[in-house]
Write a protein that binds this ligand. Structure first.
Ligand code: AMP
Length: 280
């Protein structure tokens, strides 16, 4: 496995397989790998002749007072884990190289980033879309793989790719969970043992919404309120939002007619955790 940090070198390295008709798969990450990341990499391994994983804690997607500085980092461990799943190349650029002095061009995906995490974290998806657009031009992948755990991010990237006619296939990967249902996240590291117990309520809340839906409930307000109740019954939790939205536009729904996404964000202690599920 190769480790590249220079943008120019990465662009040159990507040129050769493309010219030879080989497929490049990219898995963008912020590192501190867990089984969720590794599952995306295995899918990337199956989809690409050359599998590139980018590792970049992107400052432009963190707001003031958010955890950019404390975000967990462990390059040596990440390199070992990536090598084990058969990654060909890790691209790990510096912040200075990605955002040199004078940088002022951003990608804004408008409507789908307005609600949910976009409302709670102004500028977050502008940072995400911008860095992903840059990575697409640096790594030049044919296929890019994103987790459904960050559902709004996936919708945003799909929208950007369509709107800007980027010649890249965006592939979503299902959410990878702990045995008790908690979605894997680098931020789970922030949880104390007691908070870790409370964090189970996120996936339990989604299960509650699914069960109600299966039982015939179609009112979004009822589904959301019941899910919220499951979380609020646990200590250490503070709900940011629980929303029932259209799967593609992410517009809030009154009634679930042809399916929906139930998305939630919750502070458990200081960790802001997100999760979602599709209905039906
Ligand atoms: P991150 O390093 O947190 O930015 O995540 C990198 C990629 O891994 C994103 O596409 C995430 O959606 C995806 N990802 C993170 N956690 C999970 C998970 N538990 N299941 C599936 N994908 C995940």
């Amino acid at each position: 496995m190769e480790l590249l940090t220079e943008i120019r070198v990465m662009q040159q390295v990507a040129h050769e397989p493309r010219a030879a008709g080989r497929t490049i798969a990219l898995v963008p990450t912020m590192g501190f790998f867990h089984e969720g990341h590794l599952s995306l990499m295995r899918l990337g391994r199956a989809r690409g002749d050359l599998l590139v994983v980018s590792l970049f804690v992107n400052p432009t997607q963190f707001g003031p007072g958010e955890d950019f500085k404390e975000y967990p980092r462990d390059l040596d461990r990440d390199l070992r884990l990536a090598a084990e799943v058969g990654v060909d190349l890790i691209f790990e650029p510096s912040v200075e190289a990605m955002y040199p002095p004078g940088f002022q061009t951003f990608v804004t995906v408008e409507e789908v980033t307005r609600g949910l995490c976009g409302a709670a974290r102004p500028g977050h998806f502008r940072g995400v879309a911008t860095v992903v657009a840059k990575l697409f031009h640096i790594v030049k992948p044919h296929v890019a793989i994103f987790g459904e755990k960050d559902y709004q991010q996936l919708v945003t990237i799909r929208r950007m790719v369509r709107d800007l006619n980027l010649d890249i296939e965006v592939v979503g990967h299902p959410i990878v969970r702990e045995p008790d249902g908690l979605a894997l996240s680098s931020r789970n590291l922030y949880l104390s043992p007691a908070e870790r117990v409370s964090a189970r309520s996120l996936s339990q809340a989604l299960e509650r919404a699914k069960a109600l839906y299966r039982a015939g409930e179609r009112q979004a307000a009822v589904l959301a309120a019941e899910a919220r109740g499951v979380i609020e019954a646990q200590p250490h939790t503070r709900v940011d939002y629980v929303a029932v939205c259209d799967r593609e536009t992410l517009e809030p729904l009154d009634e679930v007619k042809e399916g929906a996404v139930v998305a939630l964000a919750v502070f458990v202690g200081r960790a802001r955790l997100i999760d979602n599920c599709l209905l039906p």
